[in-house]
Design a protein around this ligand. Structure first.
Ligand code: TMP
Length: 211
């Protein structure tokens, strides 16, 4: 029996290889006749893509962490209603590159926004539309930043330009989320090869798709 509308998120710091794995997972699902919806945050619908531009470009201190949390949640509200909820209702497997855990790690753990504020946004905006499965890509922050700095070349790099300490707190934040949510989260060692990671992701996804 297949479960309709599985919601999978990929999370982690910079340069961990989430986008590549998101594409590989979508391909494998399609080859196995699953309907997919591949999306991302911030973004994933026209309104949220406008907010993305505000968040990922410009000077690192352009927004306070609290403002970033609010902007991400404004984008998330639009994205959920325009894209995620309809795709799940249509029985698609939704693969989302970043979601609510990024706010908890970037703005909460690394940005020092209080967890009760993030809890409130999560409850009010995400509500019961929680991911079924989350892959947390874990990587030494400096390795990840070295990977993205050669790729990004000055575009969408506002968070990459925050200090290394920020990225170290971020990593701890994601590991804490994984340990707080062991049923939902699978930690991925992002130092492994693209093929090995893709196999792990496929194996874990199949466990949730076939019962
Ligand atoms: P990307 O580089 O993975 O496409 O993501 C864009 C940036 O936005 C990334 O540096 C992480 C950041 N971000 C947050 O700070 N909070 C959030 O809630 C989300 C979804 C992303």
């Amino acid at each position: 029996m297949t479960i309709p509308g599985l919601f999978i998120t990929l999370e982690g710091g910079e340069g961990a290889g989430k986008s590549t794995q998101s594409c590989l997972l979508a391909e494998k699902l399609q080859q196995n006749n699953f309907k997919t919806c591949q999306t991302r945050e911030p973004g994933g619908c026209p309104q949220a893509e406008l907010v993305r531009d505000l968040l990922v470009n410009g000077e690192p201190d352009r927004w306070s962490s609290k403002a970033e949390a609010l902007l991400n949640y404004a984008a998330r509200d639009a994205h959920l209603h325009a894209t995620i909820i309809p795709a799940r209702a249509a029985g698609k497997v939704v693969i989302c590159d970043r979601f609510m855990d990024s706010t908890r790690a970037y703005q909460g753990a690394a940005g020092n926004v209080k967890s009760d504020f993030i809890d409130m946004l999560e409850t009010r905006i995400v509500g019961k539309n929680l991911p079924d499965l989350t892959f947390i890509f874990d990587l030494d922050p400096q390795t990840g930043l070295d990977r993205t700095r050669s790729r990004l070349a000055g575009t969408e790099d506002r968070f990459e330009r925050k200090p290394l300490k920020f990225h170290e707190s971020l990593r701890e934040g994601f590991l804490q989320i994984a340990s707080d949510n062991p049923q939902r989260c699978v930690i991925i060692d992002a130092e492994k090869s693209v093929e090995e990671i893709s196999e792990t992701i496929w194996r874990e996804t199949l466990k949730r798709l076939v019962v």
